[in-house]
Each structure stands twice: as structure tokens, then as C-alpha cells.
Design a protein around this ligand. Structure first.
Ligand code: SF4
Length: 420
């Protein structure tokens, strides 16, 4: 096997290591996050108990993933929505293709799953215009980059670069003043929400017993995206389904402090059906002020395989808070290059199952297995153990760079890494 898989990643690492702008953006974000999270956790001591309950909820929900998907789909259909199941990324894109069609205006609110299935590229090929409305996603969409953090996708872009990006977009100077930059995005995106034909979101958690989608956010854009256009399409992984509303509320309590260091997110939207009214003669009509159509796509794409893999199924408990990334010493310097479509140690596992093992064969070497991610994870997910197991599987499959193979042979033959 040639070393191409290894050398291209090494070059990517080098580009990150010597990119002052990205390093500056990352380090500013890390210090703001940790102080905020510590404060939030100190204010909410009961979360210590809740996060343990959430771990138990996830352990049991994951074992019933198929059954919970069936129940959630039934409830969504009973409530006049449409539920779909996509076994892989291709099936999911096909469903979108049928629902969206061509030449539409689409507004999106941050959805990692749409990155996982490369949705934007597929929709754009059909002449659709896509507007990312989460500020971080909006920034990287204009810059033509990929997200580098699961919660804060433009974490590597400092304010000076954001100002340059916005100035270029509109052909006038936008100052590197953070409130002004946020105001710019608000003005620019406002009319897009109202003009859009379709809104696409993810979901942070789904309650099977009622088919309710929970969308947790701070900016208020997900509310617009899921409410202003006449059609709302939600895509979410099957691991996000929990049995009851009560279980979902527990997840809602744990996520915000760990994800963004707030006591509670500014908005939690609960969506159970298309908008409806029975105010005239008690006759039920769908499509009042909100969308007339609701479509929910449950995506597998490697998740069932993860469940059947005893050494890896713990990764399915991940709430995608992203907290472990800010604490990871490797992510702090390598940022979005440490992973593939998901980042950090947990991202290595997720990328391996959703994009293929080769996508992380080189990045996995960067993990120091220091264990910091497990310490800070609200669900105490043992990421280092999974990374170690995946690494040995990859080596068995031949993913060992020639330099590393040489060192290994030297140790075996000469007892030292230098072959002396
Ligand atoms: S592994 Fe834990 S800390 Fe990291 S994103 Fe998932 S839930 Fe959050």
C-alpha cells in the first residue's frame, strides 16, 4: 500500500499548524468556552445526577434503536407528517431529491448530518440555492470551507477574517467588530427566510412516544428555518431517538451547558406536526402560520453497524455537545484537520463508520490517548479506548506508514527504533 493516505493528511496537519489565523481563532474560542462551561456547571449542580440519568437513557435507547424509530415514525405519520428511513447517504440524498426537486431556494439551520451526507453539493447540482443560516455555517459557506467543529463550525476563523469575508461578499467595508458582524448576518439573511421554499434542519433529540423533534439553538435561525418556509424537512440520525418526552427533556437540560457553556439555550423548539388550526368550526386544517408539510428522515449510515460492534457502540451515546473537542490538546492545535466529517477523538470513530475507515487512517495517529475527552464528557464516553481499538484494526488492515513500519521492524530486529 502506498503512503498517499498518510502523506496527504500530514500535509493538511502542517497547513493547520502554521496557519496563524486559524490558531488565533481556535485559542480565543477555547478560552471563552471553558470559562463559560465551568460557570454553567457550578450554577447547575443537579446536572451531575441528570447527566448520569441521560447516560442510562442512551444505553437503553440505543439497544432499541429500530423499535424506537418505528414508534417515532408511526407517531409522526399519525400527526400528519411524513417519516422516511434512509439506510445510507445515497438513499437520504434520493429522498431529498424527490422532496426538494430543482431550482428552489432552501434555507438551512446547522445540521451535521447534512454534512455527513454531502447534501448541499447534491442540491446545488439540481440548481437549488442553499443558504446556511447559522452564523458559523454562513461564514464558512461564503468562504467555501468545511466545518471544523461540530457545534461551532467556524471556530477557526477570527473576527478579522470574518470581516474580510463579509466585506468581499457585499463589496463594502464591514468592520471587525463582533456585534457589527452579527448584525450584518442578520440583515443579509432576514429576507432569505421568508423567500425560501424549503427549510432544512437537524434535530438534537427525538421523543418516540409522540414523534416530537427537539431543536436546541441560541441564534433563533432554526426557528425561522423550521417555521417560515411552507415545507420543513428534518434529517436526524437514528441514535437521536429516546423513548419518552421526559427522557428528551433530560437531554435538553444536559446539552446546553456542555455545548456552549450556557445554563439553557435561548430557544428549544419542539415540533410534532405541520402547523395546524381548528379554530373555525373545529375543522382541522394543516398549514396555518408555520409549514404545511413536515418530512422527517431518519438516517442509519453506519449507525446500526456501530451498534453491532461491541467495542464501538458506546460512540452512539454521544450527544454532539462538542465539549471534548475544546479540551483535546490535539484538536486545539490541529482543529478541523483532526478528524474527517466529525472531529476530535469521538469524531475519528464517527467518521470511520459514516465515511469509511480510510478517512481517518492517518488522523488517528495524532491522538495521544491522554483521556481528557473522557474526563470532560457528560456521558463519560471512553473515547481513548475506542480509538485504540480502531487503530489496531487499521494497522491489521495495512494502514501503517512506511516510516512507522521501519521503526516497528527496527524495534523487533534490533531492539531500538533507529535500527542501530
Ligand atoms: S463524546 Fe461526550 S463530550 Fe464529546 S461530543 Fe460526544 S457527548 Fe460531547
Amino acid at each position: 500500500m502506498s503512503d498517499e493516505w498518510f502523506s496527504s493528511k500530514r500535509d493538511e496537519f502542517m497547513r493547520w499548524l502554521y496557519d496563524e489565523n486559524r490558531r488565533r481563532g481556535l485559542s480565543r474560542a477555547v478560552s471563552s468556552y471553558t470559562a463559560a462551561r465551568d460557570y454553567a456547571l457550578a450554577c447547575l449542580p443537579h446536572l451531575e445526577k441528570t447527566r448520569k440519568e441521560v447516560r442510562k437513557i442512551k444505553e437503553s435507547a440505543i439497544e432499541q434503536m429500530d423499535e424506537l424509530r418505528r414508534i417515532a415514525s408511526e407517531r409522526i405519520t399519525e400527526s400528519h407528517g411524513n417519516a422516511y428511513f434512509a439506510r445510507d447517504a445515497e438513499e437520504a440524498r434520493k429522498i431529498f431529491d424527490e422532496l426538494v426537486g430543482s431550482n428552489k431556494t432552501v434555507v438551512k439551520s446547522k445540521s451535521l448530518v447534512t454534512e455527513e451526507i454531502h447534501l448541499n453539493e447534491a442540491l446545488e447540482r439540481k440548481g437549488n440555492k442553499i443558504f446556511e443560516t447559522d452564523l458559523g455555517e454562513f461564514i464558512i459557506q461564503i468562504r467555501g470551507e468545511k466545518p471544523t467543529h461540530i457545534i461551532n463550525p467556524s471556530v477557526h476563523v477570527p473576527k478579522e477574517e470574518v470581516a474580510r469575508t463579509f466585506s468581499k461578499l457585499v463589496g463594502r467595508e464591514v468592520k471587525p467588530d463582533i456585534p457589527e458582524l452579527v448584525g450584518f448576518a442578520r440583515e443579509y439573511l432576514r429576507e432569505k427566510f421568508c423567500r425560501a421554499d424549503i427549510g432544512i434542519t437537524g434535530a438534537n433529540v427525538v421523543a418516540a412516544e409522540t414523534g416530537t423533534l427537539f431543536i436546541i439553538e441560541n441564534e433563533g435561525n432554526a426557528r425561522f428555518v423550521s417555521n417560515a418556509p411552507p415545507v420543513h424537512i428534518c434529517i436526524t440520525g437514528i441514535e437521536k431517538i429516546v423513548p419518552t418526552l421526559e427522557d428528551a427533556f433530560k437531554v435538553v437540560q444536559v446539552l446546553p451547558p456542555y455545548a456552549t457553556g450556557v445554563l439553557m439555550s435561548a430557544y428549544v423548539s419542539m415540533i410534532t406536526s405541520p402547523s395546524r388550526t381548528a379554530d373555525i368550526e373545529k375543522t382541522l386544517v394543516y398549514g396555518a402560520h408555520g409549514p404545511k408539510e413536515l418530512h422527517v428522515i431518519f438516517l442509519d449510515n453506519g449507525r446500526s453497524r456501530m451498534l453491532r460492534d461491541p467495542a464501538m457502540k458506546e460512540a452512539l451515546y454521544c450527544l454532539r455537545c462538542g465539549g471534548c473537542m475544546y479540551e483535546c490538546p490535539v484538536y486545539r492545535v490541529l482543529g478541523g484537520s483532526f478528524g474527517h466529517n466529525y472531529f476530535g477523538g469521538i469524531g475519528i470513530i464517527w467518521s470511520a463508520f459514516t465515511a469509511g475507515e480510510e478517512s481517518v487512517a492517518a488522523a488517528i495517529d495524532a491522538c495521544t490517548k491522554c483521556g481528557r475527552c473522557k474526563e470532560v464528557c457528560p456521558l463519560e464516553i471512553d473515547v481513548p479506548k475506542m480509538v485504540e481499538c480502531l487503530k489496531s484494526r487499521l494497522v491489521e488492515k495495512g494502514y501503517l506508514a512506511s516510516r512507522h513500519r521501519e521503526i516497528k521492524e527496527n524495534i523487533l530486529e534490533k531492539g531500538n527504533p533507529f535500527g542501530e
